[in-house]
Design a protein around this ligand. Structure first.
Ligand code: G3H
Ligand code: 13P
Ligand code: ZN
Length: 328
């Protein structure tokens, strides 16, 4: 069944678990996530970015969501818009059947300029006012994603803040978080504490200097009833880097967010954990391997099937690690 983010995260808070939000762009990713959720009896969040919507088409996404809920009627699924950049994007997602939207006012609609307080509160409140009338949930974001090591926003994959950012911008201020939630009435709050999108988050195993989990603890103390969201939460596992590089890929050495840090977050109010890069890597590693090992092969199913299986494995692992398993 399709459920809202509010319904799902309220249940997660009552039962002390976190829910991974996996990005999809195509049928294979949707099926892989649902296969994993079904195997471990977990609810799940499937999210689509603006890029996914233009890649797959809203009509295709809508019917894919209908299809997976028909195939797995017993699995609660929240269908969420990832990083909506303006009110209109959120409204068209709702029209396309999403049960939850993110209005990311931490950046202006251009996706590069940090949004100031009045802009962020204003645009987020516009969306919550409208979405809540229709029973749709809203995630907002306060603080800009980017690296505490370099001060750079996550421009690497084509979106994120441009140029150098201060620690004030890169770390969500706990007192402002309280005010932001009061004024906007968001159902979930994404916070910034040193993670960024993509594979290149940290140049070393992160410690508290570059991954500020203490900020989450402080926000949770001040906002014990608000569901917190961690973006940029791929762990970028070494074994997936190795597979990609062993079969012709060229990924530079890098570190992601250790699962243990996410588990610490879950003990401190983190309920939604966004993961895209790990699944991209899982699929790409298998596609590279099949094509390298079988250069005579040209049937897409021959490489997409192992790619889906690798993604299912990753999703299952996270559902178990975040204690989502068994909660459906
Ligand atoms: O926001 C980051 C997600 O990984 C989605 O990425 O905008 O390339 O689809 P995307
Ligand atoms: P990753 O790039 O770490 O997977 O983050 C995904 C994300 O935050 C989507 O909103
Ligand atoms: Zn994100």
């Amino acid at each position: 069944a399709r459920i809202t983010l509010r319904q799902l995260l309220d249940h997660a808070a009552e039962n002390d678990y976190g829910v991974p939000a996996f990005n999809i762009n195509n049928m294979e990713q949707a099926l892989a996530i649902m296969d994993a959720a079904n195997q471990v009896d977990a609810p799940v969040i499937i999210q689509a970015s603006r890029g996914a919507r233009s890649y797959a088409n809203d009509v295709m996404l809508k019917h894919m969501m209908d299809a997976v809920t028909e195939i797995y009627p017993h699995i609660p699924v929240c269908v969420h818009l990832d990083h909506g950049n303006e009110a209109a994007t959120c409204m068209t997602a709702i029209q396309a059947g999403f049960t939850s939207v993110m209005m990311d006012g931490s950046l202006k609609a251009d996706g590069k300029t940090p949004g100031d307080w009045n802009y962020n509160v204003g645009v987020t409140k516009t969306v919550t006012d409208m979405a809540h009338l229709g029973g749709i949930s809203v995630e907002g974001e306060l603080g800009v994603l980017g690296s505490l090591e370099t001060g750079m926003g996550d421009k690497e994959d084509g979106h994120g803040a441009e140029g150098k950012l201060s620690h004030d911008q890169l770390l969500t201020n706990p007192d402002e978080a309280v005010k932001f939630v009061q004024e906007t009435k968001v159902d979930a709050l994404a916070i910034a504490m040193g993670t960024s999108h993509g594979a290149y988050k940290f140049t070393r195993k992160p410690d508290g200097d570059i991954l500020a989990m203490n900020v989450i603890e402080e926000i949770h103390r001040k906002l014990p009833n608000t569901h917190l969201v961690m973006h940029g939460s791929s762990s970028v596992p070494q074994d997936l880097q190795d597979i990609i590089n062993a079969y012709g890929g060229k990924m530079k050495p890098t570190w992601g967010v250790p699962v243990a840090e996410i588990q610490r977050g879950i003990k401190n109010g983190v309920r939604k954990i966004n993961i895209d890069t790990d699944n991209r890597m899982a699929m790409t590693g298998q596609i590279r391997k099949v094509l390298k090992d079988n250069p005579e092969e040209f049937d897409p199913r021959k490489y997409l099937k192992p790619a889906m299986e690798a993604m299912t494995k990753l999703c299952k692992q996270r559902l178990q690690e975040f204690n989502t398993a068994g909660q459906a």
